[in-house]
Design a protein around this ligand. Sequence first.
Ligand code: HEM
Length: 423
Amino acid sequence: MTEHEASASAAPELFTWEFATDPYPAYAWLREHAPVHRTRLPSGVEAWLVTRYADAKQTLADQRLSKNPAHHDEPAHAKGRTGIPGERKAELMTHLLNIDPPDHTRLRRLVSKAFTPRRVAEFAPRVQELTDQLIAGFAARGSADLIHEFAFPLPIYAICDLLGVPREDQDDFRDWAGMMIRHGGGPRGGVARSVKKMRGYLAELIHRKREALTAEPGPGEDLISGLIRASDHGEHLTENEAAAMAFILLFAGFETTVNLIGNGMHALLTHPGQRALLQASLAAGESGLLETGVEELLRYDGPVELATWRFATEDVRIGGQDIAAGDPVLVVLAAADRDPERFQDPDTLDLSRRDLQHLGYGHGIHYCLGAPLARLEGQTALGTLLERLPDIQLAGESADLRWRGGLIMRGLRTLPVEFTPVK
Ligand code: HEM
């Protein structure tokens, strides 16, 4: 504990049940009294938490901090038990969130050629269709669990479609992903099996698509075909790299979007004034408030509570705090996005907010590759729910809802709602 911390009121306990439900008071304390704070994570690893906006933004762009877990100065007794991705799954190491330039630059350039804003924009009608189908599944009942029946299946089917996973195989993906989200921090066996099955499936699918493209080099509409074809100065992705890339697109784009829809809807349902403004604007045929609103929901209660791991490759100083080479650093996006030094009335949800340069999608070279897809899904999902089910409300008290206690993500286990049934 630093001198500054010791002189302040007692530090809040982190990673408890109360913290998972509402971490924001603890983050406010940290921002004020211990903006770069060393803590022991539930896994036993010691890491630095960076909570102020200015420090967070600078840290995310600091190339002296590596994404490669090989830079972690990990005590021998904790080897393989820290929960740091990549340590146990060497075959997944070549994905974007675990690598640094120049490898990162090369892979990101290649994937950007396949995962273009245009491809996402052309996908809009399919996202709307999926949204409509899922709502039709519960609309006549007058009640639903929005996590299980809506927020969870929508992104998984969307990303499967985009990648080119055949429809008949998509329910397998749904089951594997369900296992990963339910047991994210829990029993390893089931999760490891699901990851293995998903990877095996993707490797085979990529192989089949590569053969099909070689036999008949056509345009190949899906993203996996795009990944196989993408080349940069004559360089292509290897099949392994393409499989790791498809996997990270699923992995990074799935639970995040579930929680954007879940947390976003929860915030709207608990702020009736803001929700009414949004419904009035949708009824008038406007999309502006929905667009800024989804960004504000990301700032206010975003899905990625902490950015993924970074490791100091040399001794560095962040926000006045010395950090030793090898130390893990976690940037707390949720805390930075409520920093009163950066945002006016940061604890107020204001869908028409103008100062919206939030860090919910990260910053710097690892800035979210899927942001255009996430925006499309978030706007379509939330806008359509409010339009189709105009009197939708929480079934029960917000205080009784259970939040998942994961480290990186923030999201609800269930979101029960009720509304006037519609045919
Ligand atoms: C990276 C947030 C949806 C793919 C990131 C990062 C954040 C983030 C904070 C940076 C992590 C870091 O620097 O440690 C979100 C949020 C989403 C979302 C809040 C939903 C609301 C998606 C979707 C996809 C996706 C839908 C793809 C289908 C990626 C990829 C990276 C990434 C591939 C790694 C980029 C790189 O390292 O170069 N995302 N994401 N994300 N995201 Fe997203």
